[in-house]
Ligand binder design. Structure first.
Ligand SMILES: [Zn+2]
Length: 85
């Protein structure tokens, strides 16, 4: 549900941007730019969602609870590095 709400906000934002662009460029360009931005944002959000899902699948650190990224805890591995250095 929150994703759908965000999508409506995205569409509204792009619509306003498109209307704004129409005042100084040809409407056909404004519409095509709006479509490109919309799909660009969709791809970006989709990738981020996938990244978040991947980090959830890999679980959380048993020490600090931070999400595991590439089989490493970004929190504890950083601490280990600074201690050994
Ligand atoms: Zn940790």
């Amino acid at each position: 549900m929150p994703f759908k709400k965000r999508e409506i906000i995205l569409i509204l934002g792009i619509l306003f941007l498109m209307i704004g662009m129409m005042s100084f460029i040809a409407p056909i360009y404004a519409v095509s730019i709006a479509i490109v931005i919309y799909f660009g944002v969709r791809v970006f959000v989709g990738r981020r969602k996938k990244q978040i899902q991947e980090s959830i699948v890999k679980g959380a650190c048993s020490v600090c609870g931070q999400g595991i990224i590439k089989n490493k805890c970004p929190n504890c591995d950083k601490l280990k590095d600074s201690r050994s250095a």
